[in-house]
Ligand binder design. Structure first.
Ligand code: NAP
Length: 252
């Protein structure tokens, strides 16, 4: 259910390709008031012009390194004041990092864990307090199918996303019957700058717009875990249940 019109939306990591596609839907379909939070002011200014042209009621921006945010409660209170209230918060930022580097270099591993898990979890907890206090609203967090089972190719990133999944599930449990929603979008491989270096052929690759549509719908409807695209639910059920004897022979 829509909290109010126009929706007031905060997007943390707004310059991500999937977040940008989601912002475009908020502008077009909901005429939302949007606060973009990211590191690059110029890209946010370009986005703001585009979102206003698409129908957004207002677009504001905030430059922030989201993995070193300082006092998150204070920042959120400021966002709430600037928007006149908050209906949806999207936590979209993240890095894939280099698995091989993370295995050798503790700073590389720490960065993957801090950006994708520690800081995102801290934002989630602060947003949860705000939404619980107002007894409405949605927290939508971008997770990954990589969090469903540790694989040699990316298990540091996967561990961070798995930890984040538990945080979002816990918040959803805390919210039960209280009004607000917490939703984790478990995203499969998607054609964005994060995966530029990969061979992106084959039917399993999604476009940011497909993921954005799911995130937007789930922000409104809820449901604790959404796979995006949906077919990843079945694929990951199989992957999670493969016996080690078979799994260890696979190069996935
Ligand atoms: N693409 C995929 O295949 C895929 C699959 C599963 C899950 N996901 C998840 O989906 C989300 C969006 O990813 P995407 O594919 O849209 O990637 P993307 O286009 O590469 O965007 C990643 C964004 O995260 C931002 N970011 C990274 N560290 C930040 C920090 N410390 N503070 C502020 N912003 C920071 C980047 O900002 P800068 O431009 O300033 O660096 C960038 O805008 C991520 O959480 C990712 O883990 C993606």
């Amino acid at each position: 259910m829509t909290e109010r019109f126009p929706l007031r939306v905060v997007i943390l990591g707004a310059t991500s390709a999937i977040a940008s596609a989601t912002a475009r839907i908020y502008a077009q379909d909901a005429k939302a008031s949007i606060l973009l939070v990211a590191r690059n002011q110029q890209r946010m200014d370009d986005m703001a012009a585009d979102l206003l042209a698409r129908g957004a009621s207002s677009v504001d921006t905030e430059v922030c390194d989201l993995s070193e945010p300082g006092d998150v409660q204070k920042l959120l209170a400021d966002f709430q004041r600037r928007l006149g209230g908050i209906d949806h918060v999207l936590i979209a930022y993240g890095i894939l990092g280099e698995q091989s580097e993370a295995e050798r270099d503790q700073h590389a591993a720490e960065a993957i864990l801090r950006i994708n898990f520690t800081s995102a979890a801290i934002w989630c907890l602060a947003v949860a307090n705000l939404l619980e206090e107002q007894a409405s609203g949605s927290l939508v967090v971008f997770g990954s199918v990589a969090g469903d089972r540790g694989r040699r190719a990316n298990f540091v990133y996967g561990a961070a996303k798995a930890g984040l999944a538990v945080v979002v599930e816990g918040i959803a449990h805390r919210f039960a019957n209280k009004g607000p929603r917490a939703v984790l979008i478990k995203i499969g491989p998607t054609i964005t700058p994060m995966t530029d270096h990969m061979n992106r052929t084959g039917r399993l690759w999604a476009r940011p717009e497909e993921i954005a549509r799911i995130a937007y719908r789930r922000a409104e409807r809820g449901g604790v875990v959404a796979y995006a695209p949906g077919f990843w639910r079945a694929i990951m059920a199989i992957v999670r249940n493969l016996p080690s004897l078979i799994f260890n022979r696979m190069d996935i």
